[in-house]
Design a protein around this ligand. Structure first.
Ligand SMILES: Cc1cc2nc3c(=O)[nH]c(=O)nc-3n(C[C@H](O)[C@H](O)[C@H](O)COP(=O)(O)OP(=O)(O)OC[C@H]3O[C@@H](n4cnc5c(N)ncnc54)[C@H](O)[C@@H]3O)c2cc1C
Length: 406
């Protein structure tokens, strides 16, 4: 039997950030995960890059990891959007969006998920009042007026005043406490993999719209990695499954077709991982003594790079609500305020990324034409272009410094 202030269920990126931020504020935190080793986020398991948007900096500072993340990351100053949906040579359009246009040094940063895991693991191990419990999933949750009791898969029970469910899209804790979900119909899938290309990326992220598919290339950080990008290729699930079965040479041929030589010779440089692209959102983000963060609360389409960034806002609002509402981190005020603020924002982002995803993979020539015209009009109109870039960056808000309990 162990007593903590806060138990975090899940040691994915959401759980580790929550544990690092809340541990840094001085609470006694335990972060538990059924996976039995500290390398849960190793490159073999998660080969993706995350594009961190501007507000991420303030939140990662709360956990004292910003400097390390910044060292491992690449600032993104330019986004190129290409529409080649008609398939007719010479008709593709290309628009560049520059962060300097809105007075920012960059839109955000790209960083390997495995680097983020390593940095957060290191930080949690430095915090005296935080502990990782690998090999311990939460098997059962009982909530009471003054505390929550978790039965752990490794044996034993743990008590806390707040349970943070960060156990992913199929969250067991969410089910254990009876919170339901709504899902958007998922007919598309995303293939993620790393790509070697013979031309340099020059720190430009590229998004290409084809007919019925969109492909995003996010440049790798590191001076030696100018020819590496992380790719997310979205299309209907039947085509994605078929494409995933192709051998490397057929797969690369198909890539060349959509890239039209823009990146020189391309070679797939990692295993491909197939992800379902359906959105989902919990009906509440909190219930007695329990809050939901990350994919346990919301799953967004990878289009628009909002998923983990939305999670960072979850953690920032949770930390701010706890700091504001006094000594009990699981009080009704904390849970109520957190749930109200975060669900509204996540719902907005779910709708926006869903619409963006549908527009990006449409097969309708009429909608493709409208998309092309909208993009050109938005790019031409100074005010609209700047607004769009500010929204895409995660808004102009800053969460500010976090008060510590000590
Ligand atoms: C292809 C792709 C690209 C993406 N790119 C971006 C991007 O550029 N920018 C961005 O912001 N977001 C991006 N995202 C979204 C982002 O990757 C996710 O939001 C994030 O990785 C999910 O983290 P999580 O910790 O919520 O869930 P998970 O990574 O699923 O972690 C959940 C953890 O909970 C553990 N667990 C399971 N059951 C239990 C239990 N009973 N008790 C305790 N623990 C349990 C699991 O073992 C796991 O370690 C992308 C997503 C995809 C699919």
């Amino acid at each position: 039997m162990h007593n903590y202030d806060i138990i975090v269920a899940g040691a994915g990126l959401a759980g580790k950030v929550a544990a690092a931020v809340l541990g840094t504020t001085g609470y006694r935190v335990a972060c538990c995960d059924p996976i039995g080793n500290a390398n849960a986020g190793s490159r073999n398991r998660d080969n993706r890059l995350t594009a961190l948007l501007k507000p991420a900096m303030d939140i990662l500072r709360m956990a004292d990891v910003w400097d390390a993340v910044c060292d491992a990351a690449l600032p993104l100053q330019s986004l190129r959007v290409i529409d080649s949906s008609s398939g007719v040579p010479g008709t593709a359009t290309s628009h560049d969006f520059e962060s300097s246009d809105i007075g920012e040094e960059c839109f955000g940063w790209t960083v390997l998920n495995s680097s983020l895991h390593d940095i957060l693991d290191r930080r949690i191990s430095e915090i005296d009042n935080a502990v990782m419990l690998h090999g311990n999933g939460v098997n059962r949750t009982i909530t009471r007026r003054n505390d929550v009791v978790c039965t752990l898969s490794g044996g034993g029970r743990a008590f806390a005043r707040l349970l943070v469910a960060a156990d992913g899209r199929n969250s067991a804790v969410r089910e254990q406490v009876g919170v339901s979900l709504v899902k958007t119909p998922g007919t598309t899938s995303a293939l993620s993999f790393n790509l070697h290309h013979s031309t340099r990326h020059d720190a430009v992220a590229t998004e290409i719209y084809g007919s019925g598919e969109s492909i995003t290339l996010v440049p790798f950080p590191g001076a030696d990695n100018q020819n590496e990008s992380s790719v997310v290729w979205v299309m209907d699930s039947v085509s994605a499954n078929r494409l995933n079965l192709k051998d490397d040479s057929e797969f690369e041929l198909r890539l060349q077709e959509i890239a039209r030589g823009r990146f020189g010779d391309v070679v797939a440089a990692s295993a491909r991982i197939l992800w379902p692209v359906s959105g989902q959102i919990a009906l509440q983000f909190g219930t007695e003594r329990v809050v939901l963060v990350g994919e346990a609360a919301h799953v967004l389409s990878p289009v628009g790079a909002q998923g983990f960034n939305t999670t960072l806002s979850d953690v920032a609002v949770l930390a701010a609500s706890i700091a504001k509402c006094g000594q009990d981190p699981g009080s009704r005020q904390v849970v109520g305020e957190y749930s109200r603020i975060r669900r509204a924002d996540a719902l907005l982002r779910l709708c926006a990324t869903d619409a963006l995803g549908s527009a990006g993979t449409t097969r309708s020539p009429l909608i493709q034409q409208a998309r092309k015209m909208c993009l050109a009009a938005l790019h031409r109109n100074d005010r609209m272009r700047k607004r769009l870039m500010t929204f895409g960056m995660g808004g102009p808000q800053s969460v500010g410094p976090l008060p510590r309990t000590e």
